[in-house]
Design a protein around this ligand. Structure first.
Ligand SMILES: Nc1ncnc2c1ncn2[C@@H]1O[C@H](COP(=O)(O)OP(=O)(O)OP(=O)(O)O)[C@@H](O)[C@H]1O
Length: 375
């Protein structure tokens, strides 16, 4: 088992309602396993189970390779940051940090040294003499993180540790967390509902949904090869459009029939889709692979008529959300396109979006499971 930390086939129920259903989540030594999922998917319950704060219906808990199922919380030797930090109110920040290290047997001079080092990394030095009630929510959050990182436990648990921080602090602090985990060589489970944060912080990413693990893999792999439509829609900004289609073949060449258009694959039916000819499929098209039709359009693409529902400008580019207007089962399906920010497209406009079937993820429409990913 190595020195892994996490859950093995764990089930937790609240008054009969399952919150975790046979969940296995294991961080390797020195690894940050980011656990991401929507509200209510079971993320906090998973961390509480590792910490020993949650009774299990079944399964085992490992901390640093040791089976701690049934072991009391205090004997698990875990350092945790939960969303709201409780600092000792009558001790200043420095004493709160030192106390945490000292409580776990770190000798006083070494504890003091670590407190200074971590405070510098987290930008906490100026807060050291302050009492908790004088701290802003963000500063209290940083102090809570500092307190977690001043010692080397058998495992780290983070539950939305950056919740109270501003954007600049968030990226600096998450780097500090990752570096500290690597340096100590113990495993960390890092819970967030923010998929972008999870992608940035996780060596691997676990996607939870309704108490089940949908996929665990490196962030890039999860993005490039989502296991199902839930993962495809949840992970990766600005998003993915899902388009009902039918796999067709003509003269040895395959394509996807969308309404009255056929989007060619420019080759034979891929092996993974061999049993799906003439069957319905669901195409997943990431916004960056969908463009607006124009004179420079890629000749490999096919235009689909849409009506624009919204245009957002998160940065240099614009993200267009649009409804397909083709008679048939794809009518009304939603596509997303990332196009240059200077576009004149507005809500309500009619436009043509270009699709390239070779960039499509293909899913089984009844189970949502992935059948094929683009190369
Ligand atoms: N003490 C409790 N009693 C009953 N149900 C609970 C309790 N705690 C959590 N639940 C339920 O268990 C499920 C998982 O909750 P959990 O808090 O683990 O989700 P989460 O993914 O952390 O959500 P969020 O991101 O909103 O914090 C939810 O349906 C929630 O309503």
């Amino acid at each position: 088992m190595g020195r892994r930390t996490g859950l093995v086939d764990v089930t937790v129920t609240y008054g009969g309602d399952p919150a975790l259903r046979g969940v296995t989540l294991l961080a390797e030594a020195g690894e940050v396993l980011a656990v991401v999922g929507p509200s209510g998917s079971g993320k906090t319950t998973a961390l509480r189970a590792v910490a020993g704060l949650q009774q299990l219906r079944g399964g085992r808990v490992l901390v640093g390779g040791r089976d701690v199922t049934g072991v009391p919380v205090a004997q698990r030797d875990i350092s945790m940051v939960f969303r709201s930090t409780t600092l000792v109110p009558f001790l200043d920040v420095a004493a709160n940090l030192t106390r945490s290290a000292g409580a776990f047997g770190v000798p006083a001079p070494e504890a003091a040294q670590r407190v200074v080092a971590r405070s510098k990394l987290l930008g906490l030095v100026r807060l050291l003499p302050r009492l908790p009630h004088t701290l802003s929510a963000g500063e209290a959050g940083l102090t809570g993180i500092g307190r977690t990182l001043v010692r080397t436990p058998r495992a780290f648990l983070f539950d939305e540790p950056l919740a109270h921080l501003d954007a600049a602090e968030r990226s600096r602090t998450r780097r500090t967390i990752v570096e500290a985990v690597r340096k100590t060589g113990v495993g960390a489970l890092y819970v967030t509902h923010d998929q972008a944060e999870a992608m940035a912080v996780g060596d691997r990413l676990a996607v939870l949904h309704e108490g089940r693990v949908r996929q665990v893999d490196q962030p890039r792999r999860v993005y490039e090869a989502p296991a199902d439509t839930f993962v495809a829609e949840f992970v990766g900004g600005p998003g993915i459009g899902l388009l009902p289609a039918r796999l067709v073949t003509s003269g040895g060449s395959a394509g996807f029939r969308v309404g009255e258009r056929t989007i060619p694959l420019w080759g034979p039916v891929p092996d993974a889709l061999a049993s799906r000819v003439d069957s319905p499929v669901l195409l997943g098209l990431r916004a960056e692979d969908v463009t607006e039709a124009g004179p420079d359009a890629d000749p490999g693409s096919v235009a689909v008529p849409v009506s624009v529902r919204s245009v957002e400008r998160p940065g240099r580019d614009a993200v267009v959300s649009a409804e397909v207007g083709l008679p048939g089962e794809a009518d009304g399906a939603r596509l997303l396109a990332r196009i240059p920010g200077g576009t004149s497209l507005r809500k309500g406009a009619h436009a043509q979006l270009l699709l390239d079937a070779r960039r499509a993820h293909v899913f089984d429409p009844s189970t949502g499971r992935a059948l094929l990913h683009p190369n």
